[in-house]
Design a protein around this ligand. Structure first.
Ligand SMILES: [Fe+2]
Length: 439
């Protein structure tokens, strides 16, 4: 039976409540297991492993405080400069326990699974408030360079297969501390089947996306989703640290679409006398040999090392056009109201976009998000605010301010309705200084 991909997550209260869980996840449904880690008997173990890593890297006293006050307050005792080494230490603890953890999880959440593969090292994700992280962009960026984005920095929207993960992965995203809307995960379920342009592992610049799912989670809640859902991180605009551990599993042989360099362990081999060779069943595929060949070629300079620009349908082509300057915008600085429906946002030049929040509520703003340069014209409008599609940062349409004190304000411009058109004045701004060009 063909199911439609729902745009809201499905609450799963009990283990084993969904018969064909893996099939449904790999068809695009997103599940939340409330208290899932407590139910499978893993929560205390994960908390303890985390505290061991914290103790080893930033001291007994900090670990003691965190165990009393919660992971969400960790930035009050750990200097932002120490977050990379603390994360590394917790990585070590998680990797040491991964096999027993995954066995316990898979046996209970996917009962009847005879053989499965898991990623050798679970991902450890400490996102301190961006207001504190912003002054450490360089060292956090270096950590992202060696560990990938999304660990201590926000991750832009991507499908995991674009970053060389298998396409048939179930992602397990586990809240060890609380997760709030404003510091969590984004899953762009409306774009699950969309054909999207991507570059270097991310959606391409100005690729329009639809508003994603966001989540509020209690410690121990787990989200299960197909890794080829477009997903990413919200920039942490809250005053809490969010601490999450995630891992990926495949319930049959991992299938690599692009590159093949992640380490997938065969669970049956890992438990037996062949334990030291447990990564070989996943490697014995043409994709792995092609990937070695490609990497050697790059090292020898035989071809370009930069990422490719491609279009991926995930499942089937949906045909979302790239965001373009609206043709409806005319040289006299106006746009027809008919071309700007309520709850829409349109580019009117290379640097300016217009949004319509209600029948008679409009704003004209600079297009580029001050965080990472995301194109607001490729985003959406929610709760009367324009939202950047990269990390779900929203802005006050009147002042241009976000919820994060360390981000610059967007520039806002005057606009007014005359007749059936909205006229922009991009030279005279609406509040914050400066002029802009209608380039
Ligand atoms: Fe990912």
């Amino acid at each position: 039976m063909m199911r439609t991909v729902p745009f809201e997550p499905i609450e799963m209260q009990e283990l084993g409540a969904v018969d064909d869980l893996a099939t449904r996840i790999l068809a695009g449904e997103v599940f939340i297991m409330r208290g899932g880690l407590q139910k499978v008997g893993l929560f205390d173990e994960l908390v303890e492993a985390s505290l061991v890593g914290i103790r080893k890297s930033v001291g007994d006293e900090t670990a003691e405080r965190v165990s009393k006050a919660g992971f969400e307050r960790i930035h009050e005792w750990v200097d932002a400069a120490d977050v990379p080494k603390m994360t590394d230490a917790v990585y070590g603890e998680m990797a040491a326990r991964v096999q027993t953890m995954m066995d316990k999880f898979v046996r209970q959440v996917f009962p009847g699974t005879l053989n499965y593969y898991y990623e050798r090292s679970p991902n450890v994700r400490f996102h301190i408030p961006y207001a504190l992280a912003a002054s450490h962009r360089k060292s956090f960026g270096e950590f992202a360079g060696s560990h990938g984005d999304g660990k201590i920095t926000a991750h832009g929207p991507h499908r995991d297969s674009w970053v060389d993960c298998p396409a048939n992965v179930v992602n397990l995203w586990i809240a060890i501390g609380p997760v709030k809307r404003g510091n969590g995960l984004t899953i762009y379920a409306r774009d699950y089947k969309s054909k999207l342009a991507f570059k270097n592992g991310y959606v391409a610049d100005s690729q329009p996306l639809h508003e994603p799912m966001t989540f509020a989670l209690e410690p121990g809640d787990a989200i299960l989703f197909h890794s080829d859902q477009v997903h990413g991180s919200e920039l942490n605009v809250t005053d809490s640290t969010r601490y999450v551990v995630s891992n990926r599993i495949t319930l049959d042989k991992p299938k690599f679409l692009y590159g093949h360099h992640h380490h997938y362990v065969n669970a049956n081999w890992a438990r037996g006398p062949m334990g030291s060779l447990a990564e070989w069943p996943a490697k014995m595929q043409m994709s792995w040999f092609f990937d070695r060949f490609r990497r050697v070629g790059r090292k020898l300079g035989l071809w370009n090392a930069s990422g490719s620009e491609q279009a991926s349908s995930g499942n089937e082509a949906g045909g979302v056009p790239a965001s373009e300057v609206s043709e409806a915008y005319s040289d006299d600085g106006s746009i027809a109201l008919a071309d700007l429906p309520v709850h829409s946002i349109r580019a009117v030049s290379k640097s300016v976009c217009v949004a319509r929040f209600a029948e008679n509520e409009f704003a004209a703003l600079s297009r580029r998000c001050p965080h990472a340069g995301g194109d607001l014209a490729a985003g959406w409008v929610a709760d009367g605010r324009p939202v950047c599609p990269l990390h779900n940062v929203s802005f006050d349409p009147k002042t241009g301010a976000s919820h994060c004190s360390s981000l610059k304000e967007l520039r806002t411009f005057s606009c007014e309705v005359r007749g059936d058109r909205l006229y922009l004045d991009t030279v005279k701004d609406a509040g914050n200084a400066g002029e802009t060009e209608l380039a």
